[in-house]
Design a binder for this molecule. Structure first.
Ligand SMILES: [Zn+2]
Length: 303
């Protein structure tokens, strides 16, 4: 056989298969446990929590899933750890418990005493706040003391507030920037309190936990819920000056600062501010107004 007599390759009978369409993202499971007023975690598992007749169970489940969707749709992050971690929430923790917390592995919500605080699942920004503590744990790994503690708290408020704005489809200038407005009980309301914290006015008298709004050396000696005031205000100022949805530009910068550089447990506020300034420049090089807004926002709070 000579080369010229080799059989010609046959054309395939059928055209090649088109590539498979991308599969829809599978969100992590959202489990809910009922503590039934005990303090043992996680408590008793609730079957089918997304359809529970207990509104607290249902909210904890649905809103945790919504936070996962927010992180995926906006930042491309798959759950708290970036690796599809199951979301675990415990509700009805203890009796008249006036708090919610992330314990390193799960969220826990108290029912509130009905006077100062209502059920802590009522504020979706509180749910976003607690889950974001998990994101921080798995990225920047900030400590919960010193300036790093204040940054840790602030990042939870920033993403909790952004999540609330995202659910309401609000632009930054429409947002009220309040944290915990829906968990303030009747007795606290009578005293003039309308929120736990106000990111746009940290010192405001209507905030149950009014905060400093200006950085000073030594601010790290405060409880992290107070030292978070200046970085909270900086994010609010940057996002409102940039305009549009807070998560489109300011949020993307903060997310990259939080997740793009590995752990930095003892990061200081000036270091975090410097990182976001530099990211604003590199990520939005063709829009210098973004860097100008971020720079001015930090300068305004003394950073
Ligand atoms: Zn917190």
């Amino acid at each position: 056989m000579t080369a010229s007599s080799l059989p010609q390759p046959r054309l395939p009978k059928n055209p090649p298969e088109p590539p498979e369409p991308p599969r829809p993202h599978l969100f992590p499971p959202s489990l809910v446990y009922d503590c039934r007023h005990a303090t043992t975690l996680p408590g008793t598992p609730v079957a089918n929590p997304a359809n529970s007749a207990d509104a607290t169970v249902k909210r904890a489940c649905v809103e945790a899933s919504s936070v996962a969707k927010f992180y995926w749709d906006v930042f491309g992050r798959d759950s708290i750890d970036g690796a599809h971690m199951t979301l675990v929430s415990s509700v009805h923790y203890s009796t008249k418990f006036n708090n919610a917390f992330w314990n390193g592995a799960q969220m826990t919500y108290g029912d509130g005493d009905g006077a100062t605080f209502l059920d802590f699942t009522l504020s979706n920004d509180v749910i976003g706040h607690e889950l974001t503590h998990g994101v921080t744990q798995h990225s920047l790994g900030l400590a919960y003391s010193g300036e790093a503690g204040g940054l840790n708290e602030s990042i939870s408020d920033v993403f909790g507030s952004m999540f609330r704005q995202w659910e309401a489809n609000q632009v930054a200038t429409q947002a009220d920037w309040l944290i915990g407005a829906a968990i303030i009980g009747p007795v606290a309301h009578q005293k003039g309190f309308t929120c736990l914290r106000d990111m746009a006015a940290p010192k405001a008298a209507h905030a149950l936990a009014a905060q400093p709004d200006h950085y000073y050396p030594g601010i790290g000696n405060l409880d992290p819920h107070y030292s978070s005031g200046p970085p909270n205000l900086a994010f609010c100022k940057a996002a409102t000056a940039i305009g549009g949805h807070s998560w489109d530009k300011a949020g993307k910068i903060w997310y990259k600062a939080q997740t793009g550089f590995g752990p930095s447990p003892n990061m200081t506020m000036p270091q975090f501010a410097a990182r976001t300034r530099s990211l604003a420049q590199s990520m939005f090089a063709s829009t210098p107004a973004v860097h100008a807004a971020v720079d001015a926002a930090w300068t305004a709070v003394g950073l």
